[in-house]
Design a protein around this ligand. Structure first.
Ligand SMILES: Nc1ncnc2c1ncn2[C@@H]1O[C@H](COP(=O)(O)OP(=O)(O)OP(=O)(O)O)[C@@H](O)[C@H]1O
Ligand SMILES: Cc1ncc(CO)c(N)n1
Length: 279
């Protein structure tokens, strides 16, 4: 039975500027008709120009939020964003193994669009923690640099990335949603994304490239839209077909929001999560 209003939990960091993190997740879940909940993992002080501070919350405080929700509220989908530390990655993986939500989308957040680091990885502990989270997830949504870090393989061109994504899917028994926003041929007219299944099947969706710096939080927004649509019963392929053009429209509408000082070269403004309601 799929619910009329999917109940979606975001386990992620707070972005004070409102463009990414739990703020983007809640706006996106609401835009797609879901009921949003949060377990906040870290407080970040950031705006459209960059990240000023990152404060991961104590593991007990994160676990208490998760247990509180699970004790009372059924979840149709869970979306995981910034986790911040290896300890929090382990705590969330343990909670997923215990709770086994029906739909788990893992956005392997490592750096902000400004280039600031958000999650420590690279050492053996980090690799083991990612591995455990990947096993507990149904969909993982890496961009190209994240895919390269997770697999240790080259992912600079699309074919190499698809190959690495097939390896990641098979190794961890997880469907991969590969995002092409960081492709070198960024000047190309189209941006590809692809659903890569465990058996290696690839379903590619291309969309027009939007020339804008209103790209802060696109990864958070996409993964929350996919979680909400899957929570309502859609396949990953159908969810991507609906979310991708909606996100491109949200990017196009982003500049009209007038959020942050766009005259500065460091500006990466938010997308307009509410564009479809307003138009
Ligand atoms: N210029 C663009 N025009 C249209 N769609 C884009 C553009 N850039 C990224 N996207 C889309 O946005 C989504 C996120 O892709 P991207 O590869 O930028 O992920 P990300 O780096 O995790 O995002 P973030 O900037 O939030 O970290 C994908 O669906 C991608 O196709
Ligand atoms: C809190 C948070 N999560 C994720 C991202 C990635 O965009 C960000 N910038 N901030």
């Amino acid at each position: 039975m799929t619910p009329a209003v999917p109940r979606v939990l975001s386990i992620a960091g707070s972005d004070s500027g409102g463009g990414a993190g739990v703020q983007a997740d809640l706006k996106t879940i609401a835009a797609w008709g879901g009921y949003g909940m949060t377990a906040i993992t870290a407080i970040t002080a950031q705006n459209t120009q960059g990240v000023r501070a990152v404060h991961p919350l104590p593991v007990d405080v994160v676990r208490a939020q998760l247990d509180s929700i699970a004790a009372d509220i059924a979840m149709d989908a869970v979306k995981i964003g910034m986790l911040g530390t290896v300890e929090l990655m382990g705590a969330v993986a343990g909670w997923l193994e215990k709770t086994r939500p029906a739909v788990v989308v893992l956005d392997p957040v490592m750096v902000a669009s400004s280039g600031d680091a958000l999650t420590a990885v690279g050492d053996d502990d980090g690799r083991a923690a990612w591995s455990r989270l990947l096993r507990a997830a149904h969909l993982v949504t890496p961009n190209l640099p994240e895919l390269a870090r997770l697999t240790g393989r080259d992912a600079t061109d699309w074919d190499a990335a698809l190959d690495a994504a097939r390896g990641l899917a098979a190794e961890h028994d997880v469907t991969v949603l590969l995002k092409g926003g960081h492709l070198d041929e960024a000047a190309a007219a189209e941006v590809p994304d692809a659903v890569v299944r465990v058996d290696g099947a690839v379903h590619e969706v291309r969309g027009p490239r939007v020339a804008t710096r209103a790209s802060h939080g696109t990864g958070c927004t996409l993964s929350s839209a996919l979680a909400t649509l899957a929570g309502a019963g859609l396949s990953w392929e159908d969810a991507l077909a609906r979310a991708k053009p909606w996100l491109a429209d949200a990017m196009r509408a982003g500049e009209a929001l007038a959020v942050g000082d766009a005259s500065r070269p460091t500006w990466h403004g938010p997308v307009d999560h509410g564009h479809a309601q307003r138009s």
